[in-house]
Design a protein around this ligand. Structure first.
Ligand code: ZN
Length: 353
């Protein structure tokens, strides 16, 4: 069987596809259109059990294909302008609504989960388990009050920043080669945000945060340190990847890292070429397992948000990834941990009942 172990995934941008093409949303979600990486039939086909569904506010001035700018390293893309709360909040609400619509329109095919018990229940009954996640907290004002409402809606994971600055902190620009140490740390409001996330049991996501912000979260947070979709900087020197020092801090906190499938963060030369098979993914996984241990590594596909290896193609291709992992020598116990058990365990350590 290549459909198992089921894969629970750290990051996807499927909600953005629904936002951008409202007229075709039934087809986009419920049928295999061959577009993008995800839809209900292809999730089922590939044994994709669910994961973190990102609410993300696109910058108006960002070109449709950041990938094109990343074609020829070295590159250093400028940070987009900040987006204020009045602009971001309606978009974030629309996307939270889209996730709720996915639950209803699939008639039991997907469920928004608020506990690990709910996720396990979904996995045993063939239901896609979704975690509502915010990537870049522009929709939360500096007073943080909107966070209570998003939590009530089901939000259980949040990254304070995407690339551009927010009232909470600073993300890394897309750059290769580049250290992740690219600017200042969290603001006062950012530190308050981390404390409130800890209080409410909302997981804090470190992917995209610069190194100073990462250090601030590490010093403040009472929860395990988690990067939902990032790779190893020692293998690919992208600003978006984690240094060995950061990996040591994540290990120390009993947190975890989800492997990002984006070719630009996987290929050692920083190019986005998608024709290199599974080797770049295996090289990053080996490094992450070396530095984090077998219990602190999983997947964070970035499906529908980035270009992935052609050998994988989309969620329906996850069987080919499982085969590559097995052939690489990962045993059944490690496969189960990587595919879903490590995610469920870190959420168990993070969420409040
Ligand atoms: Zn991202």
């Amino acid at each position: 069987m290549t459909m198992t172990p089921l894969i629970f995934d750290g990051h996807n941008d499927f909600l953005l596809r629904l936002l951008r093409d409202p007229k075709n949303r039934d087809a986009t979600w419920l049928t295999d259109t061959g577009q993008g990486h995800l839809d209900l039939p292809r999730m089922r086909q590939g044994g994709f059990a669910g994961g973190f569904f990102a609410i993300y506010i696109a910058s108006p001035e960002v070109r449709e294909n950041i990938d094109d700018d990343m074609e020829n390293p070295p590159y250093h893309l400028p940070l987009p302008d900040p987006i204020d709360v009045a602009e971001a909040q309606p978009v974030a609400l629309a996307m939270a609504g889209h996730l709720k619509w996915m639950e209803r329109s699939s008639e039991g095919g997907l469920r928004i989960c608020r506990s690990v018990a709910e996720i396990r229940d979904c996995m045993t009954t063939g239901v896609i388990a979704a975690i509502m996640h915010i990537e870049g907290a522009e929709a939360i004002g500096a007073d943080l009050d909107a966070l209570y409402l998003f939590h009530d809606m089901g939000l259980r994971s949040l990254g304070p920043v995407w690339s551009r600055p927010t009232v909470f902190g600073h993300g890394v620009p897309f750059a290769y080669p580049s250290s992740p140490d690219t600017g200042p740390g969290l603001t006062g409001a950012g530190k308050d945000l981390i404390a409130l996330c800890n209080d409410l049991g909302i997981m804090v996501d470190l992917s995209h945060l610069n190194e100073a912000g990462f250090n601030d979260v590490a010093a403040l947070s009472t929860a395990p340190l988690v990067a939902t979709h990032s790779n190893a900087h020692a293998v690919t020197a992208s600003s978006r990847n984690l240094t060995d020092r950061q990996l040591a801090m994540i290990r120390e906190s009993d947190g975890m890292v989800g492997l990002n499938f984006a070719t630009g963060f996987l290929n050692t030369d920083g190019k986005k070429a998608d024709d290199r098979g599974f080797e770049p993914m295996l090289r990053h996984l080996d490094h992450l397992i070396d530095h984090l241990g077998e219990d602190r590594v999983g997947f964070g596909s970035d499906f529908d948000g980035a270009q992935v290896p052609a050998a994988l193609h989309d969620a329906a291709g996850l069987g080919a990834l499982r085969r590559a992992l097995s052939q690489h020598g990962y045993d059944a116990a490690l496969m189960t941990k990587l595919c879903h058990e490590n995610w469920l365990a870190v959420l168990e350590r993070t969420w409040k009942p």
